[in-house]
Each structure stands twice: as structure tokens, then as C-alpha cells.
Ligand binder design. Structure first.
Ligand code: DGI
Ligand code: FE
Ligand code: FE
Length: 184
């Protein structure tokens, strides 16, 4: 499929806000890829597709977690964490996107993980700092992203963990592993 066809699919399957977020992540990710020498084609596809399953219903996401044999422990965590792993498998299944780096960028875009590649870091940080975001502390992460991608990812993870703890939310192990890895 061409870039235009992916965009068409996304426009038909995402809410307007989510589609516009996706385009902003795409632009931000391309900028970061240039700054940090990440693979531009991989980053473009992963950024464009990262939230492809974000607007699916809970029932559809649960069905796909089972269909794709994704670790079902995911279901014991917040629903917000389901769309990344499902999306990573969905693009393999439906668009025959077999690239492992794209899969990992998509799979781990919400939680992060230990030993993220530069492409994974680009998607993770772009998703956090795209110009439509207004999280407390996002401006600091935007500044860090210009000088040190890992420090930017660390600060984003730290902000997310503090936010989740303040809400008494569960912490996914990969979020903690990513934080620990970057804290070193
Ligand atoms: O899909 P987006 O909104 O663009 O962004 P995302 O995929 O990064 O999802 C953000 C949400 O995920 C946000 O509400 C915080 C939540 N989140 C991230 N890490 C964890 C988490 N939620 C829980 N419960 N546990 C985590 O470790
Ligand atoms: Fe997402
Ligand atoms: Fe996103």
C-alpha cells in the first residue's frame, strides 16, 4: 500500500482528533529521525500507523489480543495499553508489514521497554511531544528532544509514571523497565 492509501485507511478508521494527532506525530517523528539518524522509512511508517487500532472498541481489541496470541496478561492492565500491541499485529496481518523494527515501534509505543532502539525512541518521544499535546512538563521534554533523545524519553516516562501514581493507576512492567534502563 502507498502512503496515501494508509492515510485513507486511517482517515476512515480514526476519529478526527486521533487522525490529526497521527499526522502531527508523523511530522514530529520525521524531524527527530533527522536529528538522531534513525531510519526514515521505518519511522515514517511506524509513526503513521502507531495508533491505527486506537479507536477500536474494547470488544474488538480483546478479540484481536486473543486472535493474534498476544500475551493475555495485557488484559489485566489498563485498556489504554491494548492498542499498541494489537496495532503491531494488525498491520502484519492486514497490510503484510513484516518489518520487525516497525512492529517493535508500534508494539511498545505506549509503555516503552528496556533497550529501545533509536527508531522506538523516536516514535515514543514524538507521540509525547507532538504540538497538540499539553501534558504538564511537555515543554521540558520538547527542549530535551532537541539535544538528547534518551533524556527526553526518560523525562516523558518519569512524567507518565508520576501521573499514573497520582491516579492510583497500575504500572505496566515495561514502563518501569524502560524507566530503569534510561535512568542508568
Ligand atoms: O495513544 P496515545 O493517546 O497517542 O498515547 P499512548 O499510546 O502513549 O497512550 C497514553 C496513555 O497510556 C496515557 O493515558 C497513559 C497510559 N499509560 C502509559 N503507560 C502506562 C499507562 N497506563 C497504565 N495504566 N500503566 C502504564 O504503565
Ligand atoms: Fe497510542
Ligand atoms: Fe499516539
Amino acid at each position: 500500500m502507498t502512503y496515501k492509501q494508509y492515510r485513507q485507511y486511517l482517515e476512515n478508521h480514526l476519529s478526527k482528533n486521533r487522525y490529526e494527532h497521527t499526522l502531527r506525530v508523523y511530522d514530529t517523528a520525521i524531524e527527530l529521525a533527522g536529528l538522531y539518524n534513525a531510519d526514515r522509512e521505518i519511522v515514517e511508517q511506524a509513526a503513521l500507523l502507531h495508533d491505527i487500532c486506537k479507536c477500536e472498541s474494547d470488544d474488538v481489541l480483546i478479540h484481536k489480543i486473543k486472535q493474534y496470541n498476544i500475551d493475555e496478561s495485557l488484559l489485566t492492565f489498563n485498556k489504554e495499553l491494548w492498542h499498541g500491541p494489537v496495532g503491531a499485529h494488525f498491520v502484519q496481518d492486514v497490510f503484510q508489514i513484516t518489518d520487525e523494527t516497525i512492529y517493535n515501534c508500534m508494539y511498545y509505543h505506549t509503555t516503552g521497554r528496556e533497550k529501545m532502539t533509536v527508531e522506538e525512541l523516536v516514535i515514543f518521544v514524538a507521540d509525547y511531544i507532538e504540538p497538540g499535546r499539553n501534558f504538564p512538563g511537555v515543554e521540558e521534554v520538547r527542549e530535551l528532544a532537541k539535544i538528547d533523545l534518551k533524556r527526553a524519553a526518560f523525562q516523558a516516562l518519569k512524567n507518565t509514571l508520576i501521573f499514573l501514581i497520582s491516579k492510583n493507576a497500575t504500572l505496566h512492567p515495561n514502563t518501569i523497565l524502560a524507566y530503569n534502563d534510561l535512568a542508568k
